[in-house]
Ligand binder design. Structure first.
Ligand code: ADP
Ligand code: ADP
Ligand code: ZN
Length: 214
């Protein structure tokens, strides 16, 4: 099963993608996590990506596509995967489509986690991330067991540099300009499914499972 998560920054794509990955035993692939791991390790790729991420801009397609295609070519992706944060532009979606097409394959579902802009800024200011294992929490809605500490790995949790309100507003604008057109793109292919992302985390997940198991 090959799944794409669509939705604004902070809509809950990552949270749901991790739950899908666990339930169906497929890899969760987040381009944002790949970039952050590279930034943390001080790689050249990380330094390049950071220039864009800190401003709330998208990393150029060429770089992003190369990383994603390398990742999905790995052996653990043979039985499917859930993509979180990719594609974010029409050209990215076209490249993925072509690469899959060459293998006689295609995306099964593009799940749009729908959350209005008004809810987003609030969600992002409460997001806390573990840069070691990629886990994500929310200070009010999804708190860690011990304040400021990751449940999974014990690392300290941080407010991401790009989750500050000024940057979030930029990211929302970029989302509407460059990523939202993907909704029509996948709708035309007949694979778009929309869920109400304003529900609690478990209810959103139940809606997604109902779609995948229909
Ligand atoms: P969020 O979880 O808020 O949706 P991500 O972790 O997916 O954010 O992405 C963080 C940042 O990484 C983006 O704002 C962008 O700068 C960069 N990025 C991630 N995925 C892509 C992509 N597919 N194309 C371009 N830039 C990306
Ligand atoms: P995205 O990957 O789309 O940027 P995340 O999954 O990181 O979004 O979620 C953004 C923030 O909202 C995080 O702090 C997360 O813990 C929280 N969150 C995720 N799903 C929900 C939900 N259904 N209700 C309330 N908060 C949520
Ligand atoms: Zn962790």
């Amino acid at each position: 099963m090959k799944i794409i998560m669509l939705g604004a920054p902070g809509a809950g794509k990552g949270t749901q993608a991790k739950m899908i990955a666990a339930k169906y035993a497929i890899p969760h692939i987040s381009t944002g996590d790949i970039f952050r791991a590279n930034i943390k390790n001080g790689t050249e790729l990380g330094m390049e990506a950071k220039k864009y991420m800190d401003q709330g801009l998208l990393v150029p397609d060429e770089l992003t596509v190369r990383i994603l295609l390398d990742r999905v070519a790995q052996a653990d992706c043979a039985g499917g995967y859930v993509l979180d944060g990719f594609p974010r532009t029409i050209p990215q979606a076209q490249v993925l489509d072509e690469a899959l097409g060459k293998l006689g394959d295609s995306i099964d579902y593009a799940i749009d986690v729908n959350v209005p802009d008004e809810n987003i800024v609030k969600r992002m200011s409460g997001r806390r991330a573990c840069l070691t294992c990629g886990a994500t929490y929310h200070v009010e809605h999804i708190p860690p067991k011990k304040e400021g500490i990751c449940d999974n790995c014990g690392s300290p949790l941080v407010l991401r540099d790009d989750d500050k309100p000024e940057t979030v507003l930029n990211r929302l604008k970029v989302y509407h300009d460059q990523t939202q057109p993907l909704i029509d793109f996948y709708s035309a292919k007949g694979v778009l499914r929309t869920v109400d992302g304003t529900q609690g985390m478990d209810d959103v997940f139940a809606s997604i499972v109902a779609i995948l198991e229909k």
